[in-house]
Ligand binder design. Structure first.
Ligand code: JCF
Length: 673
């Protein structure tokens, strides 16, 4: 009797753990705390340890399985795993749709559109609802058995949920690694002296082909299901939409970003919309998949050579490309840091032509061993500067020489010193023309003093001719000084002089940012201004007092203290103030109406820019962040706010509109057009 009670409790625990892990991992909506989950889990582990007869292959405790004997054994798929034909342009998409319409004999075909993940195709076999085998796609006919590794994927149910479970179900999907998991994995690899993975797809593939499933279990793999092979018994889908709904009901993860669209125009709209959101997705995608929704129509269309006629992949422009290294330049930054930059044979990457890629620092350059003449893979992710992923070793010319990093500054000839290990720095300070140039450029830039018309070419000439040795010299420039320079003339010179004069009226955060203090970006400049309220108070602060500022740690505090202790920097600041650079007096923080509140801005505001709204909120003591979490106090939503508002509602975070914000700021209603 007692024994039956234990067996019943084990069954109950398995069901509870399955239920809660589905809520947590698949629905992203947990009902119990992690600690409560762990307690249930521990209870089941204990029962299975003392009663091995109750251990079961589909138990949640079996996700970290033993080394399997069947690892990577060939598996022949019951039905072939299809691949998708690709289209790369609107025209090719229109042609696909036309062929579908012609074969079906009607217009306005309904498609299901979904993101195309850059992962690995997988087949999951469930017998009577229990996961019995997982296999890679392989050549489409025969893949490899990766059951033990797939079991460790938290979103992959070991047992299907719900009712009307099929006798056999062969689910098709994509295993992938989200961006954050990829970054975490590579950081861990680096910490253990391992080799980092080039991209999330390789990392996912490497993880699935691990011999030791306990290693795979450490990899944050995820899964989305999008189709099926054999399907015997259970509920019968008649369309792709129904199929996805049924799979979701069975507890399988399906992509929430799917949409039903009509005609190729509808497909295109989805493609463009998703393309805009691409950099915000949690995972890498390389395109969109469109499938004819109706299964009767799919059957009528059939397939050609392993690709269905009823589906197509619409690719986004490649974000990686291979090109040649024509040269390696060493650039000198504002603080004297030397950055190696590869000069490339121009190549299109993700829709833009790239001719330079950063190699970050000498260590990175040495690690990648990039040589002039090498073929390299260049990558562009979102808005970031292009980067060299690695060298294509097979294409290296026989005479390629390793790059020797200079030990003298290429601009001023001063010695190069190493600081904090990785950064190589020119020791020339403001004697170095490059550092002078970059300092002035930064000072005049849009988010600093915003001197319109003082462009790179002009700054270069000012420095080369000795007209501006420091940023303070800018305020002494006359129309006559400038009118002589290349591409100038009386009129442009007058405009620049006026712009310089106008920039005297600034704000303390802008001024601090413009000084170019190492480690002090815009956010830190704002925090410093808010905390100290005056330049004098800031300059008088010691390292200890500086670390009292939010987000200022010892490294930043030290950089600030060193900067202000430098007599030359104090002289330049005094000269700037003598030249009339000024800002409104601030009141120190402590009493702002939104002190300590965390606010997220999203969507387009009508009456102010987002920067203005942020400055105003920060002026009241609020902290403005980008991601909505349980720690967010409220969200300000403008026009077309997107997913952050939904997330806020789901978390119970209050959402206010622009009118509400203006009320907070005491500004009255926005002017509308
Ligand atoms: O996300 C994908 N990589 C993906 C691949 C999505 C799909 O709906 C697919 C696929 C490969 C084949 N559908 C098929 C039929």
């Amino acid at each position: 009797m007692m024994q039956d009670a234990v067996a019943a409790r084990a069954a109950e625990l398995r069901a509870l753990l399955d239920y809660h892990s589905h809520r947590y991992y698949v629905l992203d909506d947990p009902e119990i705390s992690d600690a409560d989950y762990d307690r249930l889990f521990a209870e089941l582990v204990e029962i299975e340890r003392t009663r091995p007869d109750l251990a079961r292959a589909d138990s949640p405790t079996q996700r970290v399985g033993a080394r399997p004997s069947t690892a990577f054994a060939p598996v022949t798929h019951g039905q072939p795993m299809l691949s998708l034909a690709n289209v790369f342009s609107e025209q090719e998409l229109a042609d696909f749709d036309r062929r579908v319409r012609e074969r079906l004999g009607h217009d306005d075909v309904t498609y299901v559109a979904e993101p195309k993940l850059d992962g690995l195709a997988i087949s999951l076999i469930y017998e009577h609802g229990v996961l019995v085998r997982a296999a890679t796609r392989g050549d489409g006919t025969t893949g490899e058995d990766v059951t033990a590794n797939v079991r460790t994927i938290r979103t992959c149910p070991l047992r299907l949920r719900g009712t009307e479970i099929p006798d056999t179900l062969d689910v098709r999907g994509e295993v992938y690694l989200p961006h954050d998991g990829f970054l975490r994995l590579n950081a861990a690899q680096a910490a253990h002296g391992g080799k980092p993975f080039a991209n999330p797809r390789n990392a996912a593939a490497g993880s699935l082909r691990q011999l030791d499933p306990s290693v795979t279990a450490q990899r944050p793999l995820r899964l989305f299901c999008y189709g099926s092979g054999d399907w015997l018994g259970g509920r019968v889908p008649h369309s792709q939409t129904e199929l996805l709904e049924i799979l979701a009901d069975y507890g399988l993860p399906v992509n929430p970003d799917r949409r039903v669209v009509t005609g190729y125009k509808g497909c295109l709209e989805y493609y463009e919309d998703l393309g805009r959101r691409r950099s915000q997705l949690a995972y890498e995608i390389d395109g969109v998949v469109y499938k004819v929704n109706d299964f009767a129509e799919q059957r009528a269309l059939g397939e050609v050579s392993r690709s269905p006629r009823w589906a197509v992949a619409h690719k986004y422009p490649a974000e990686e490309a291979v090109t040649r290294v024509l040269g390696i330049d060493v650039q000198v930054g504002r603080t004297g840091a030397l950055t190696p930059v590869a000069v490339l044979a121009p190549v299109a990457v993700g829709g833009v032509v790239v001719s330079h890629a950063t190699l970050h620092n000498p260590d990175e350059l040495a690690r990648k061993d990039v040589r002039v003449g090498d073929a390299v893979t260049v990558r562009r992710a979102g808005d970031v500067i292009p980067e060299i992923v690695g060298v294509v070793r097979d294409l290296r010319p026989d005479d390629a020489q390793p790059f020797r990093f200079p030990d003298r500054c290429p601009v001023c000839g001063s010695p190069v010193v190493r600081d904090r290990g990785v950064v190589a720095r020119c020791a020339g300070g403001l004697v170095c023309q490059a550092q002078r140039r970059e300092t002035i450029r930064h000072f005049a830039s849009r988010r600093a003093l915003d001197i319109v018309g003082l462009g790179d070419k002009l700054v270069e000439q000012l420095v080369d001719r000795g007209l501006a040795k420091t940023v303070a010299d800018l305020f002494a420039l006359t129309v006559a000084d400038l009118a002589d320079l290349d591409h100038m003339g009386e009129r442009s010179a007058t405009k620049v002089v006026q712009a310089i004069a106008a920039s005297r009226a600034t704000t303390l955060p802008r001024f601090l940012y413009a000084l170019g203090i190492p480690e002090v970006g815009e956010a830190t400049a704002r925090a410093l201004a808010q905390h100290f309220a005056s330049l004098e108070a800031l300059m008088a602060a010691d390292e200890n007092e500086l670390t009292a500022v939010p987000d200022v740690g010892p490294v930043v505090a030290r950089a600030i203290a060193v900067f202000f202790s430098e007599p030359h920097n104090r002289e330049v600041i005094a000269a700037l103030q003598a030249a009339g650079v000024h800002w409104p007096v601030l009141t120190p923080t402590g009493g702002g109406a939104l002190q300590g509140k965390t606010v997220v801005l999203t969507g387009t505001l009508e009456g102010m820019t987002r920067d203005e709204a942020r400055e105003a909120l920060e002026g009241l003591g609020a902290k403005v962040t980008s991601g909505v979490s349980v720690r967010t106090d409220f969200v300000v939503a403008g026009r077309d706010p997107g997913g952050k508002v939904e997330r806020a509602r789901a978390l119970g975070v209050p959402v206010i509109d622009e009118q509400g914000l203006r009320a907070w700021l005491g500004k009255g209603p926005a002017a509308r057009d």
